[in-house]
Structure formats: structure tokens, C-alpha cells
Design a protein around this ligand. Structure first.
Ligand code: PLP
Length: 386
């Protein structure tokens, strides 16, 4: 089977993990701060906080932004459920802004209209969570300026977008946001097995995030209530979690970071090759938005109606019968049974639903060969021709 995504683990990666296994620290040693420094330097941002996965990164980022019961936060329906679940973890109310038909990200025009009605009704959100779907950056200048107008925090779900850029800055620079979150799940741009990171330029958020990651505890005497009892002393100042990343994982992350640029350029080359090979077929390839560079995490196509009358499902199954494990990203979050139970309905975000009906994610990863890619294209051509 050709999967839709796959990690690449080199001999250097193996050696890095083995070296840490033989060292004094399996967790809370030197590898985690090194990994944070590497990602921060790459993105051009001041602070980075490594955590167990991007889901808990989103959770504590929302908490650090002050999200709580009585508040709401808005995200894109075209995302993994974690982008909205993090809002519910804080006891707040999730809501969605429909997507733009060009980049499949949160539509700034829809955001503007929704903010205007929310301002009139007194129901403005505390946080907006744009998602850089497929690695294609959202329209951050417009989203940030709308958020600023109403004093709302912006948290980028950049799970797909390590290595992408917006203007002349990398995603993760937080030039147009308060925080951004990355995922290091094996299908993402680099991997640590499970893993995530929050980046920010704000010292206050950084300090809150570090505390939330580890039980709400501090060991800094200056931050304590009263005097320290001695060098062993710590105080719990709030309710936090154990969301730490291990040194084993960070060692893999450090090694993978050294190949991030190679991962991104290979993916971009393969994506451009798909663009060329698919031109004659009845489908839409990802748009290249001027002023941005996608990390090419996912290669999504939109099928057009064809003379064959084959449905998206039939095309998907033909790919599968031919050894190609395509995927579909994403089932609109608000149509999930759990979210329908919260009052959302099919029809609420029509662009995301129309997009979903015709979407297929084709295989795209570092080790995908041109021969494998040719096979994907040839099976797809057969599925779409009479
Ligand atoms: C993968 C992903 C997440 C969750 O990441 P984990 O590291 O698996 O918790 C969140 N949002 C988006 C958009 C993702 O693709």
C-alpha cells in the first residue's frame, strides 16, 4: 500500500535516540530545551514550549489566553476535531467560521461578518483559532487586524505548517498572532512519535504555558507565595497537567529538525509534479496563494463531476483496490455526532461541507517516489475517464 503520509527515520535519528537512552535523562534533561531552541530559532520567535502532542498544546494555549467557562472561541470547521475540542476542555463554547473556497482556510470575510453580529449581540469570542490547512497559511494579516479591532487573541493551529511561510516570515514567527501550535505526529512535517509545541513572543504567555505543562508547579523562589523552604522546595500555584515531552522524543525532534528543509523541499517538488501531471484531469489542484509558501503537508484535490458518473467514494475505492491508501481531510467538525449534540447542524457551514463532498488527499511524503506518484496519477486518470 502507498499511504497518504509517512515519516522518514534516518540512521542519525536512530543514533540520536539511542544516545539519549544511554544517557542520564530519559525525560526533563537537556534535549527538550535544545529542541525548543531549535524550533524557536527556525521560526524566528522568542519562546517555545514542547509538550506531549498538539492537542494538549492547543488545550494549554487556550488556557494561557484566558479561555474559560462563559467564553467562546472560534475555529475552522475544516480541521481535525482537536482544533475545536481544546475549546471544550476549557469549559468554553466552540463555534466555527466557514472556509474560503480558494485555500480551504477560515474565510476572513465570513469572520468579519460574524464578528460584527457577535459584537452587536455581546457574544464576541475570546480566542480565534485559524488552521493552516494542508500547510497553506491562512490570511493572517486580515485575521489579525479583525481580531485586534475587537481585542481577541489569535492562536494559530499550525499543526500542518512547520516550514511554511507567510510574507517573508516563517509560520511560527507569531508576527500576526499571540501563539502558534505545531504537531509532531508521524504524518506531520517532522516527528517525535507523539509531540507538540507552542511558540510565542509574549513572556507572560510563555510563563503560564511552562507552568500549565507541569502540574501548575514552580521552583522559582521569586514566583512563590512566601519564602522557599530550601533547594528541594516547589509550590503549586494553579491547576496544571503532566503534558511534558520526553528527552527521547526531543532527541528525535532535534535530529529531524536538521532535515526539515529537505523534507519541505521534497514535498514541494512532488506537489508541483502532481500539479503538472494532473492538469488534464477533471479536478482542482491546490491553489498557490501569492505571498505565501505552503509546507505541502497534504495534497488535496477537489473532484469535478465527470462523464463517468463515478462518485468520490468510488474513486477513493478504486485507488484503494490499486494499493493506494488515499485519505479525506476533513469531515467538517460541526457535522460530527458529538458536535450535533451541542446544537450544530448540517448546513451551518456550507463551504466546508461542499469542499468535503469532493475532497481526496493524495499520497505525499518525503519517501514517495516519482514512480509511485505516476501510479497514483494513472489510477486516478482511469477512475476519472470514460
Ligand atoms: C494533527 C493535528 C492536531 C492534533 O495533533 P496531535 O499532535 O496528534 O495531538 C491538531 N490540529 C490539526 C489541524 C492537526 O492536523
Amino acid at each position: 500500500m502507498i499511504p497518504y503520509g509517512r515519516q522518514n527515520i534516518s540512521a542519525f535519528d536512530l543514533e540520536a535516540v539511542l544516545e539519549t537512552l544511554r544517557s542520564d535523562f530519559l525525560t526533563q534533561g537537556p534535549k527538550v530545551p535544545e529542541f525548543e531552541a531549535r524550533v524557536a530559532a527556525y521560526c524566528g520567535v522568542r519562546y517555545a514550549v514542547a509538550v506531549s502532542n498538539a492537542t494538549c498544546a492547543l488545550h494549554i494555549a487556550c488556557l494561557a489566553a484566558g479561555l474559560g467557562p462563559g467564553d467562546s472561541a472560534w475555529t475552522s470547521p475544516n480541521s481535525f476535531v482537536a482544533s475545536a475540542n481544546c475549546i471544550l476542555y476549557c469549559g468554553a463554547k466552540p463555534d466555527f467560521v466557514d472556509i474560503d473556497s480558494r485555500n480551504y482556510n477560515m474565510d476572513p470575510a465570513a469572520l468579519e461578518a460574524k464578528l460584527e453580529s457577535a459584537a452587536a449581540a455581546g457574544t464576541l469570542p475570546r480566542v480565534i483559532i485559524p488552521v493552516h490547512f494542508s500547510g497553506q497559511p491562512s490570511d493572517m494579516v486580515r485575521i489579525r487586524s479583525l481580531a485586534d479591532k475587537y481585542g481577541i487573541a489569535v492562536l494559530e493551529d499550525a499543526s500542518h505548517a512547520l516550514g511554511a511561510s507567510y510574507g517573508d516570515q516563517r509560520i511560527g514567527s507569531c508576527a500576526h498572532s499571540d501563539m502558534a501550535v505545531f504537531s509532531f505526529h508521524p504524518v506531520k512535517m517532522i516527528t517525535t512519535g507523539e509531540g507538540g509545541m507552542i511558540v510565542t513572543n509574549r513572556r507572560d504567555l510563555y510563563e503560564r504555558l511552562v507552568r500549565l505543562r507541569s502540574h501548575g508547579i514552580t521552583k522559582d523562589p521569586a514566583a512563590m507565595d512566601g519564602d522557599s523552604d530550601g533547594p528541594w522546595y516547589y509550590q503549586q500555584m494553579g491547576l496544571g497537567f503532566n503534558y511534558r515531552l520526553t528527552d527521547l522524543q526531543a532527541a528525535l525532534g532535534n535530529s529531524q529538525m536538521q532535515r526539515l528543509d529537505a523534507f519541505v523541499s521534497r514535498r514541494r517538488m512532488l506537489a508541483a509534479r502532481y500539479d503538472r501531471l494532473l492538469t488534464a484531469l477533471p479536478l482542482t489542484v491546490p491553489d498557490r496563494i501569492p505571498g505565501t509558501a505552503s509546507s505541502c503537508h497534504l495534497y488535496v484535490i477537489q473532484l469535478h463531476p465527470t462523464g463517468t458518473g463515478r462518485t468520490r467514494r468510488q474513486v477513493f475505492e478504486m485507488l484503494k483496490e490499486n494499493g493506494i491508501a488515499a485519505n479525506v481531510h476533513y469531515i467538517p467538525i460541526h457535522t460530527q455526532p458529538y458536535y450535533r449534540g451541542l446544537g450544530f447542524r448540517r448546513g451551518d457551514y456550507p463551504m466546508s461541507e461542499a469542499y468535503y463532498e469532493n475532497a481526496i488527499t493524495l499520497p505525499l511524503y518525503f519517501d514517495l517516489t516519482e514512480a509511485q506518484q505516476d501510479k497514483v496519477v494513472s489510477v486516478l486518470s482511469r477512475a476519472l475517464s470514460i
